[in-house]
Design a protein. Structure first.
Length: 198
């Protein structure tokens, strides 16, 4: 809700209503982009449709530029934002597990809800499996959470790590996005023969 919630006192009901509207809008956007389909989502692993990577990379860069612009304009205090502590080992392993689950199941948490909303049964199965995995992690491996918390680095950011300002990082990521988009277009052309019906 930032920066609105830092200047406007929302009631809990209004908070939930705004969150519901934003979530529904996000779901509609995912479905319109074709990301409610497991086939479209897993196409990235076969290199003939990189739309998922393009959208996610663009979203990251857009958020980065937006946060920098709001901060530079004095509309947002970046110190108010919560940053997840960094644990390279845990997050690396978690990323590999997430990717494997994405490839095998065909969805991520958000897109599985979109699939459920449009009546796809595989989305329901994926979401149930995901919830079972979350429950198993929370109930069966409490020592992992203790280790993660004890070894994590709080509030690690690229500007703090390198001493280079956020504006330069935003510019660098914009350039990286442009280069990556051109590279992914070439990859899609090279592996277009893998597309079903091609």
């Amino acid at each position: 809700m930032l920066p609105l919630s830092s200047t406007i006192d929302f009631s809990p009901a209004l908070d939930l209503s705004i969150a519901l509207a934003l979530g529904a809008g996000f779901g509609v956007a995912l479905e319109r982009a074709g990301f409610g389909s497991a086939r479209r989502l897993t196409a990235v692993f076969y290199l003939y449709d990189m739309a998922v990577v393009k959208v996610m990379f663009t979203a990251v860069v857009t958020a980065m530029v937006g946060l920098f612009a709001l901060s530079a304009a004095g509309l947002l205090d970046l110190g108010q934002l919560y940053l997840e502590p960094t644990n390279f080992i845990a997050q690396g392993v978690g990323g590999l597990l997430f990717g494997a689950g994405f490839l095998i199941g065909g969805y991520c948490p958000g897109t599985s809800v979109t699939a459920i909303a449009t009546g796809r049964q595989d989305g329901v199965v994926f979401a149930l499996g995901m919830l079972a995995g979350v429950w198993a992690y929370a109930e069966l491996t409490p020592q992992l959470d203790t280790w993660y918390t004890a070894t994590a680095i709080p509030e690690l950011t690229l500007p703090k790590l390198t001493g280079i300002g956020m504006g330069w990082w935003a510019l660098l990521f914009c350039l990286a996005l442009a280069g990556a988009a051109a590279g992914m277009a070439r990859i899609e052309q090279r592996y277009a023969h893998r597309r079903p019906g091609a």
